[in-house]
Design a protein around this ligand. Structure first.
Ligand SMILES: Nc1ncnc2c1ncn2[C@@H]1O[C@H](COP(=O)(O)OP(=O)(O)OP(=O)(O)O)[C@@H](O)[C@H]1O
Ligand SMILES: [Mg+2]
Length: 343
């Protein structure tokens, strides 16, 4: 699915060149949950952002290849990258609030991804259900305008009635009739296909009351809910791979376990590949099948999760294992709470 070969990424800083990635090799298969661990500054995030070219301007990929499903995307065009981001690889971050747009509702943000990557599906649903593709805006006008038109019509009707020429007032009566009819029709405009698909996407990440959440702004939601919205956005784009950069670090332990469980469930349901970046080996033990250990811009060890825990090879891996707090695994057990009830 994703292959990274001898990737080298440098940062050009005032103090000189920083070699953030110094020959990274990784291979993530279809439907695999792959953990990438390492201490702060080891190059985990830079690896992820190099794949999606989300690096700052000071960064430069100086060597190596990135291959996605057989396609060399090392030098992909901006257009191709736009398709890949969200459409083929979804990404979620430690701080979902900063990744979400604060002035757009959840509905608008998830909707945007759907329009970008799933236009055909939206049209198909609209056709099948005989509903509008998007919510019709053309019916809307401001109440002030409506009130003015109404007032003018009533004035004319009264005037013509007073002078005994009621028939001249009939066209104005007709206008009022149309306005009432329009109000009625407006209420009858069904939910659009896009709205339905947004709600569907939110339900898939087990958000309770998806309709209400769709109309919320990101800051109105809890951290766990925001992360679920981010995952919903990755799913909405039909991404076959999810890169999760410390997705649970900012959440408290119970919510952390629920989000990890959600990632596992979704991975199974959608047969997605997941690159899970974390500094927490407890999270890896709980979630991943394979793991690579990163140290100073290099992968120093790659193995199955069982192997890493029972028979670590590299000194740095051993040191990482020793650093896990005792009982660290236990606290990650998912509590018995109905669906997303405890968000
Ligand atoms: N904006 C930047 N400017 C200069 N150097 C940077 C910049 N971002 C990252 N680096 C360099 O790249 C290295 C790797 O950073 P990266 O963010 O990938 O670490 P990380 O493993 O994700 O750490 P953390 O666990 O703290 O998120 C850092 O040690 C630093 O030297
Ligand atoms: Mg990081």
């Amino acid at each position: 699915m994703l292959e990274i070969k001898d990737l080298k990424t440098n940062f050009n800083t005032y103090d000189g060149v920083v070699k953030a990635l110094d020959g990274v090799n990784l291979s993530i298969k279809d439907g695999e949950i792959f953990g990438l661990v390492g201490e702060t500054g080891s190059g985990k995030s830079v690896t992820a952002y190099s794949v999606l070219k989300l690096l700052p301007k000071t960064a430069e990929i100086v060597a190596g290849k990135i291959i996605l499903n057989g396609e060399d995307i090392t030098d992909a065009t901006e257009d191709r990258l736009r398709q890949i981001r969200g459409g083929e690889i979804g990404i979620i971050f430690q701080d979902p609030l900063s990744a979400l747009n604060p002035v757009m509702t959840v509905n608008e943000q998830v909707g945007e991804i759907l329009v970008l990557h799933q236009d055909a599906e939206i049209n198909k649903l609209a056709y099948e259900k005989e509903i509008p593709v998007y919510k019709s805006e053309k019916w809307k006008s401001s109440p002030g305008v409506e009130f003015t038109i109404m007032a003018i019509c009533i004035s004319f009707i009264s005037l013509f009635t007073m002078i005994g020429q009621f028939t001249f007032g009939l066209p104005f009566l007709f206008v009022i009739g149309i306005m009432f009819l329009r109000d009625y029709l407006q209420k009858e405009v069904p939910e659009s296909a896009l709205d339905l698909m947004v709600i569907e996407a939110l339900s898939r990440v087990k958000l309770p009351n998806p309709k209400q959440i769709a109309s919320s702004y990101p800051h109105e939601l809890s951290g766990g809910m925001q992360q679920r919205v981010m995952i919903a956005m990755a799913l909405a784009g039909k991404a076959k791979m999810l890169i999760a950069d410390e997705p649970t670090t900012a959440l408290d332990v119970t919510i952390q376990a629920q989000i990890l469980q959600l990632i596992k469930d979704i991975q199974k349901e959608e047969n997605m590949s997941v690159l899970l970046i974390t500094h927490d080996l407890g999270v890896v033990a709980e979630t991943c099948e394979k793991v690579a250990v990163m140290y100073k811009g290099k992968i120093v060890e790659e193995a199955s999760v069982d192997q890493i825990f029972t028979n670590p090879q590299h000194e740095y891996t051993k040191a990482l294992l020793n650093a896990i707090p005792k009982g660290g695994k236990e606290r990650l057990k998912v509590p018995e709470i109905g669906e997303a009830g405890a968000i």
